[in-house]
Design a protein around this ligand. Structure first.
Ligand code: ZN
Length: 157
């Protein structure tokens, strides 16, 4: 149906220098701009066939957005999550899962309502938020969840 996650890429405009970059859905490390080398927002879709490659086998903590096309609150929360993925570029990967098309992923997280938001690292759930929240509350929740993650980045000089 879809190409392997490593070959699936989206075009991302660097928020620092404005150059466009191709960012793969799954890759070693995390994406940075080919021009100015600063971290790029990492936002991708995943489904039953590639969730493991995209969200479990990745070096960054993952914010999973479990959404559905018919869900009004999901459409409200989606731009807020994309903004947070931009603010936390290089620290988090945003993975969006359409639960209607991905029943196995939905079952894995025992999704009972959408949106359901998950923060996970190496496949381990660190935080879970059922239901939408406004951006400031989402930001607080996400920062608290990430505080539980050891920061393995090296200091950049
Ligand atoms: Zn750049």
């Amino acid at each position: 149906m879809s190409a392997p996650a490593e070959q699936r890429a989206s075009t991302v405009r660097c928020p620092h220098c404005g150059k466009t970059n191709r960012v793969p859905a799954a890759a070693e490390g995390s994406p940075s701009c080919g021009h100015c080398h600063r971290p790029l927002p990492w936002i991708t879709d995943a489904g039953d066939d590639d969730f493991t490659a995209v969200a479990d086998h990745t070096s960054l903590p993952v914010l999973v957005d479990l959404w559905a096309p018919w869900c009004g609150p999901c459409r409200m929360v989606s731009p807020a999550l994309e903004q947070l993925a931009g603010e936390l570029a290089g620290r988090i990967k945003l993975v969006k899962v359409d639960v209607d098309r991905s029943p196995t992923v939905a079952q894995r997280f025992a999704v009972q309502a959408v949106p359901t938001l998950i923060v996970q690292r190496d496949g381990e759930v660190l935080a879970r938020q059922p239901g939408a929240m406004p951006l400031p509350a989402l930001r607080d929740w996400l920062h608290r969840a990430l505080e539980a993650v050891p920061d393995q980045r090296e200091e950049q000089t």
